[in-house]
Design a protein around this ligand. Structure first.
Ligand SMILES: [Zn+2]
Length: 236
């Protein structure tokens, strides 16, 4: 069960909660996909261990990984794509949580090469301008150089598509990063449903909606709902 009160004080509780909510939303890809939270003491990142799906994660499955990839605490196996997390956190002091996963609608949408249009509330969080795309490789991001290049593509934006692979999503908090991951997948799903949309919000309307629909308060209300639903589903 997720205790939402524990998240602010306890990075392990935060990563567990993030994984369980992503699992409840079917945003994992079997055992591949990860969540990390910055260590409050600056030692690195707390990250989900490999070999488990999001919905299986417990406290014992969270590792403390240094910025150079050394496992400092925890006994599980480290994900090979840890540089996605360490290099984004290194480049973005404002980011305290990173999500990387391979959700089906985002992966399918990225292959259309269409700009992400603000056809829904969800999409206004990411566009305009169009969501960045990491096109250097669709292969695994397992080196510091590739992690740095991904961070450079992301720049100061909340998320990037990684065509032929997945997505990278950030947040100043765990709650915002997880909500943003859910919203990005939905934005991509809506545009795939539309096919080739012919109408969408003007830049002015989309930017106004970003402020109105996705304020920190709205994001937290959405997060609280996702936690209640994940906890309810876990009891079934
Ligand atoms: Zn990946």
């Amino acid at each position: 069960m997720i205790d939402p009160e524990a998240i602010a004080e306890d990075p392990i509780a935060a990563v567990v909660a993030g994984c369980l909510v992503l699992g409840d939303n079917e945003l994992g890809d079997m055992v591949w996909g990860h969540v990390s939270v910055r260590d409050p003491e600056g030692r690195g990142i707390w990250m989900k261990a490999h070999l488990f799906g999001f919905e299986e994660i417990e406290r014992k499955d969270i590792l403390l990984v240094s910025f150079d990839g050394e496992v400092l605490e925890g006994g599980g196996r480290r994900h090979g794509e840890y540089p996605i997390h360490t290099e984004i956190m290194r480049a973005r002091p404002d980011v305290n949580c990173v999500v990387h996963t391979h959700p089906k609608h985002a992966v399918a949408f990225a292959s259309t090469q269409q700009p992400l249009r603000p056809i829904s509330h969800e999409a206004t969080l990411f566009s305009p301008p169009d969501i960045p795309r990491f096109t250097l490789t669709g292969d695994l991001v397992t080196t510091r150089e590739l992690g740095e290049a991904l961070a450079e593509t992301l720049s100061d934006r909340p998320a990037a598509l990684m065509p032929h692979h997945g997505i990278a999503v950030t947040g100043k908090s765990l709650e915002i990063a997880i909500m943003s991951t859910v919203l990005l997948e939905r934005a991509c799903e809506y545009q795939l449903l539309a096919g080739a949309p012919t109408t969408w919000s003007s830049d002015e309307e989309a930017l106004s909606k970003r402020k109105n629909c996705w304020s920190d308060m709205q994001m937290l209300w959405g997060w609280d709902y996702l936690v209640r639903r994940a906890n309810k589903n876990a009891q079934r």
